[in-house]
Design a protein around this ligand. Structure first.
Ligand SMILES: [Fe+2]
Ligand SMILES: [Fe+2]
Length: 347
């Protein structure tokens, strides 16, 4: 759709190998607010539709080289032109032809000789339908975006609830989630997967909600029984997030359960090892520990960067998946950048 001097005018592409037919169709639409484009063959029609904003196409069926049905099929295959309504204009009025036309993606048929009033009415009707569809699709997109945003918001709020129960800070969650995204990308995962890890990671310690204060906030060393209780935060978190159809929540639930597993099988709660640990858990483990090492906690000072990186390297093949450590080292400049930018935010 184009707007000029406040008037909305629509681009109609007329495709016909016969100049007489073009003159008839052009004349029929002369009084409307239409911008008319002409193509004398299928190849040219596809080129115009692909490079110019076209709102509707009047398409002849019998043309040399490429016939109208083929042009229509190709238009529908191309995402840029797939939604443009196509009306066939043809002398053939046998049922079989009409079926082929609809099967190739056309929305209507006008038979030649085309009367001006029918051409005008059909073009106006299909433009109105097209607008209505676009409007509906826009609404669906908006609503979907709203649902996605709400879901993310709830996840972030839930993560904040966990922070209240823990001495780890909100900045820890922000930094380690961003480290997870960077490491995922460096490991060759898709941008979509990296985004999902970024959004799921904040819930890794949600299970701490279920740990008594006396143990969670105890300043001194934990005895064996107390440590067993702390360990249960993985299963509690997994249960809180639960079993859900959403891939994001499934990942978050798995991360809550597996973020303390170790590559050599000496972690908890399952004591599983190697690739039995889901990749999300293996990535989180590196990001979580690296952030814990490089920041000050009530019970320890922040380690210098080099010492922390050495520790991650030393644990490659023991605590951590060597491939994840390699991805971490490869993306270290980016990780350091996030580390510094988050410190700046904290002031
Ligand atoms: Fe944890
Ligand atoms: Fe953590």
């Amino acid at each position: 759709m184009n707007e000029q001097a406040g008037i909305k005018w629509r681009n109609v592409l007329i495709v016909d190998d016969s100049p007489e037919n073009i003159i008839i169709l052009k004349a029929a639409l002369a009084d409307g607010d239409y911008g008319i484009k002409i193509a004398l063959d299928g190849e040219k029609a596809l080129e115009i539709a692909n490079t110019t904003p076209i709102d509707i196409i009047l398409l002849d069926v019998v043309m040399p080289d490429m016939d109208g049905f083929e042009v229509c099929r190709r238009l529908k295959e191309n995402p840029r032109t797939a939604s443009i309504p196509v009306i066939f204009v043809t002398a053939m009025n046998e049922v079989a032809d009409e079926e082929t036309g609809f099967a190739s993606g056309g929305v209507d048929y006008i038979t030649k000789p085309a009367s001006a009033s029918i051409v005008r009415a059909r073009v106006a009707t299909h433009l109105a339908l097209y607008d209505q569809n676009q409007e509906l699709e826009k609404k669906v997109r908006e609503r979907t975006a709203e649902v996605v945003e709400t879901r993310l918001e709830i996840i972030q709020r839930l993560a904040r609830a966990a922070e209240y129960r823990d001495n780890e800070t909100g900045e820890h969650i922000v930094r380690m989630s961003r480290y997870c995204r960077i490491i995922s990308l460096a490991s060759g995962h898709s941008a979509e997967y990296a985004e999902m890890i970024l959004n799921a990671a904040p819930l890794h310690d949600i299970g701490k909600i279920g740990i008594p204060d006396a143990i969670l906030l105890k300043p001194g060393r934990l005895d064996r029984d107390e440590f067993e209780i702390i360990k249960s935060h993985c299963v509690i978190g997994h249960t809180i997030i639960g079993d859900h159809r959403s891939k994001l929540l499934q990942t978050a639930s798995m991360i809550a359960l597996r973020h303390h597993e170790k590559w050599d099988g000496k972690g908890y709660p399952g004591g599983i090892s190697g690739e039995d640990i889901p990749i999300s858990g293996r990535i989180i483990a590196v990001a979580d520990v690296f952030d814990a090492l490089t920041t000050t906690r009530p019970y320890k000072k922040a380690w210098p960067l080099e010492k922390a990186v050495d520790e991650i390297k030393r644990e490659s093949g023991a605590h951590f998946d060597p491939a994840v450590v390699a991805a971490f080292l490869k993306s270290l400049p980016e990780i350091i950048e996030v580390m510094h930018s988050c410190k700046k935010i904290q002031g």
